[in-house]
Design a protein around this ligand. Structure first.
Ligand code: PLP
Length: 425
């Protein structure tokens, strides 16, 4: 019996489903990790995997980037948690603000979920309105405001995705089709109590779905017209699409932005920010409550400062190289699938991509859901067998990091080729 299997059986006895976040499970059991470095992870049985899951996008600079590790080691000698302010927090917030001009003031939090929860509460406090609008298939964390799917009513009042989620909360979240600004316009016309529209500017939680031309501009325009705030959830896209995230990439200025993942390159940190007049609503000066013991802890903050400084330093090489590698992977993947006669779509941008087994373009939730996920499962299994780890779900995204060498990309293409053969069968 493999060491991973032994650990999984042991884990199931003390951890629900044997894992600490649902998507980590796949049949028959996940490999258990021993260590990681650069573009690779090794499991407890000594197998090596090229990592294209990359902490669901967090590891833009790869595992154990040297500048980050050495700065964190230095900080470990000075303390791990003060719960009193530090110059480091000021420095990081200044850096974020410089990179994201819409984030004039920044609160540091721990996770993306905390950031979106705070952003929504802020929007409600600021506008004195109650409802929010989200787009079907966008993921903004595991809390009741956003763990919502479209209900059946004409107004698209959301219903909770989760047992234990309160429909009294979900009812205040309206759900609109992604890439459908006409639907958004008509709901905003009817519904006068909308505090904010929250969106993943590039949708990386339904596989990868790109915003169609004008979609983001339309949302910006409509939210302004209806006195609702626009929240860009850049937990995935922040720092990944550019030094200033998707908002810089598309030249759109949201009212509130949430960051996470690549901000700390694998350390636990997230942020929420916006204009002074919005951010000043936060307690203790303002009346919108937000708090956390670990917010701004020096270990995560040092890691984030190092990440952002490294990204800013290498940006001229980093982004073009990632984009080139991603394009090479996506186009080889497309060619191989076409040559094998496998109906497919590939969505790709920046350093992200995903393949869907369907002959219709994937532009929203229903077209993503229509893809053959059983085929994706085969692809995932095949990739794993050939030493490539991608997120184990059709509804996640393949992420590249700066640690992937040209050789790694070649190996990944060859693994995809072999895995696609199992899809074809
Ligand atoms: C776009 C987006 N927002 C928010 C979150 C929640 O972040 P976290 O898992 O750190 O709570 C995620 C997580 O995947 C995400 O992809």
């Amino acid at each position: 019996m493999s060491n991973s299997k032994k650990l999984f059986l042991r884990s199931k006895k003390v951890i629900p489903s044997g894992i600490n976040s649902p998507v980590r499970y796949y049949d028959p059991y996940p490999f258990f990790v021993a260590k990681a470095q650069g573009s690779s992870m090794w499991d407890v049985d000594g197998n090596r995997y090229l990592d294209f899951c990359n902490g669901y996008g967090a590891l833009l600079l790869g595992h154990r980037r040297k500048e980050i590790v050495s700065n964190v080691l230095l900080q470990l000698k000075k303390g791990t948690l003060y719960c009193a302010p530090t110059e480091l927090e000021v420095e990081l917030s200044e850096l974020i603000s410089k990179n994201f001009s819409s984030m004039r003031k920044v609160r540091l939090v721990n996770t993306g979920s905390e950031a979106t929860m705070t952003a929504i509460r802020l929007a409600r406090g600021f506008t004195k309105k109650k409802k929010i609008i989200k787009f079907e298939g966008c993921y903004h964390g595991a809390h009741d405001y956003v763990l919502v799917k479209a209900g059946s009513g004409a107004a698209h009042n959301g219903i909770s995705i989760s047992d234990g989620g309160l429909d009294e909360v979900s009812n205040n979240t309206l759900v609109v089709q992604y890439n459908n600004s006409d639907e958004l316009a008509s709901i905003l016309e009817k519904e006068k109590d909308v505090a904010a529209v929250i969106v993943e500017p590039v949708l990386a939680n339904m596989g990868l779905v790109l915003p169609e031309k004008n979609f983001l501009n339309d949302i910006r325009k409509l939210t302004k017209e209806h006195d609702s705030l626009l929240i860009f959830d850049e937990v995935v896209t922040g720092f990944r699409m550019s030094t200033g995230g998707a908002q810089k990439y598309y030249s759109i200025k949201p009212d509130i932005t949430t960051l996470g993942k690549a901000l700390g390159n694998g350390f636990v940190i997230a942020a929420v920010g916006g204009a002074d007049k919005i951010m000043d609503m936060l307690s203790p000066e303002g009346k919108v409550y937000q708090a956390s013991t670990y917010a701004g802890n020096p270990i995560s903050v040092v890691a984030a400062i190092s990440s952002v400084k490294t990204i800013n330093k290498i940006k001229n090489k980093l982004y073009p190289r990632l984009e080139r590698a991603c394009k090479a992977l996506a186009s080889s993947l497309g060619d191989m699938a076409s040559d094998m006669g496998i109906p497919h779509q590939i969505n790709s941008i920046s350093s992200m991509l995903q393949i869907f087994f369907t002959d219709r373009p994937v532009v929203d939730y229903s077209t993503a859901k229509a893809a053959d996920s059983a085929k994706f499962k085969k692809l995932f299994g095949g990739l794993l067998k050939h030493g490539v780890f991608v997120a184990p779900s059709q509804f996640e995204t393949v992420f590249l990091s700066s640690a992937h060498s040209d050789e790694d990309i070649k190996k990944a293409i060859s693994a995809y080729e072999r895995a696609l053969k199992t899809v074809k069968k």
